[in-house]
Design a protein. Sequence first.
Length: 70
Amino acid sequence: MSKDFHVDVKMTDICINKLKQGKAAGMDGVNVENLMFAHPIIVQQLAQLFQIIIHVAVVPTNFGCGVIIH
């Protein structure tokens, strides 16, 4: 993916709304419903975060962490 790719608020909002509801929260305690029903500024901030990640080409290590329960 090129660094001129742009993540905007509309794209971020569409992606959030496509996530499956009713799933367990991540390690940060945030679940899909928290994102869907949060204040719109959260979507704006997430879009900016994703744009920075693309610009610097570094994904934070903790983005790949998860908990498996069996």
